[in-house]
Design a protein around this ligand. Structure first.
Ligand code: FAQ
Length: 330
């Protein structure tokens, strides 16, 4: 089913001359920054690309709860516990807005869930890495949410109305998430030698996986050209990665931590940092399901789905009973 939902993506960008009148009118709307709404006509490829991207985004929010949820009971203070709990709950909310946005495109939430649980649909590579120490929770907030914001702020201007509106709310909450992560890193970096070492170790392990979040290099990106023509994406993967590095390096310096990249150097001419590419073979391997936590993450989601069966059964039975009573009363 999922394959049918998204099959036609990844094709080349259509020339204007080759467009049907409907496609040309649609492209004019996109070019004029007029939002596309669920009942408007849209090319099939546009709809499928959105289902893929919004669906994967929703799954990322849901799976993204796992590495942090794992630390709620072990947060060092009551205050940290409450903050982390609120953050993880926010991620669940983001998943729900995004599933709702995807549903406006004619896919059901059950279909999307099935595609995630059967491994047909992706979620962000970053959540296949473990959170080994409390400093990792700082690094996730600072770097992972930082990268997520860098990607999502432009998506507030994406051409599809429901996605764009979901992004506006999500970005507000992500900013708080990034600040809480940086605050944890600050405490650790200013703490004892052992705490500072822990913070540095977290940065060392999360730096390159965070760079991978933006997707493969522009030369390898399958969908960027068409997605940008349709304003589903506003920037290329490499543009956002560069912006993230330029924003994050001074933050690391302020913490007194070292970015684990010997080639990192300010380039006056381009007005940004030169930096090392992540190991792309590792990225593609994680996408194939071979990252350190792929197996555990999916198993946890399958278990949560199965454990929730009685709730779904109960709700369905209640709804059926209510409908039967209504019919009897008529
Ligand atoms: N992980 O042609 P492109 C968060 C796949 S939210 C896994 O460049 P595209 C919040 C891609 O799907 C994080 N797969 O693809 C949080 C495609 O494969 P396909 C999620 C990846 O779509 C924080 C193939 O590679 N954010 O973190 C990844 O044009 C903390 C070729 O790539 C979003 O989803 C990856 N990193 O660009 C929660 C934002 N990158 O589908 C908890 C919306 C690429 O053909 C705690 N999404 N792939 O089989 C986007 O902006 C885009 O989808 C990109 C990828 C930029 C991620």
């Amino acid at each position: 089913m999922y394959a049918q939902m998204v099959k036609s993506t990844g094709e080349g960008v259509k020339d204007r001359d080759a467009m049907s009148p409907e496609e040309a009118a649609f492209q004019d709307k996109v070019d004029a920054d007029i939002k596309i709404e669920p009942r408007d006509w849209m090319p099939e490829g546009y709809r499928k690309t959105l289902i893929r991207q919004i669906g994967q985004h929703a799954h990322s929010e849901i799976v993204g709860q796992l590495p942090e949820g794992n630390w709620i009971t072990r947060a060092p203070t009551l205050e940290r516990k409450m903050i982390l709990l609120a953050k993880v709950q926010d991620e669940a909310g983001h998943g729900l807005y995004l599933y709702s946005a995807a549903e406006t495109l004619g896919v059901t939430r059950d279909e999307l869930t099935e595609a995630l649980l059967s491994g047909k649909m992706k979620y962000s590579s970053i959540f296949n890495y473990p959170t080994l120490t409390w400093a990792d929770i700082g690094a996730v907030g600072w770097l992972v949410d930082g990268a997520a914001i860098m990607n999502q702020v432009p998506l507030q201007r994406t051409s599809y109305g429901p996605y764009s509106r979901a992004m506006i709310r999500i970005c507000k909450e992500e900013s708080f998430h990034q600040r809480q992560g940086y605050d944890i890193m600050m405490k650790m970096a200013q703490g004892s030698e052992a705490q500072k070492k822990m913070a540095q170790d977290a940065l060392n392990r999360f730096w390159y996986p965070s760079l991978m979040m933006f997707g493969p290099s522009d030369a390898e990106s399958v969908h960027s050209a068409q997605s940008m023509a349709w304003k589903i994406k506003i920037n290329t993967n490499d543009e956002l990665r560069q912006k993230f590095v330029d924003q994050t390096v001074p933050q690391a310096e302020y913490l007194g931590l070292t970015v684990p990249d010997e080639n990192l150097k300010w380039n006056e001419e381009k007005g940004g940092y030169d930096f090392s590419e992540p190991d792309w073979s590792e990225f593609f391997d994680v996408l194939k399901g071979n990252g350190p936590c792929n197996h555990d993450r999916l198993n946890d989601r399958v278990k949560a789905w199965e454990d929730g069966q009685w709730v779904r059964d109960g709700l369905l039975a209640h709804a059926e009973k209510k409908a039967a009573r209504k019919v009897a009363a008529e």
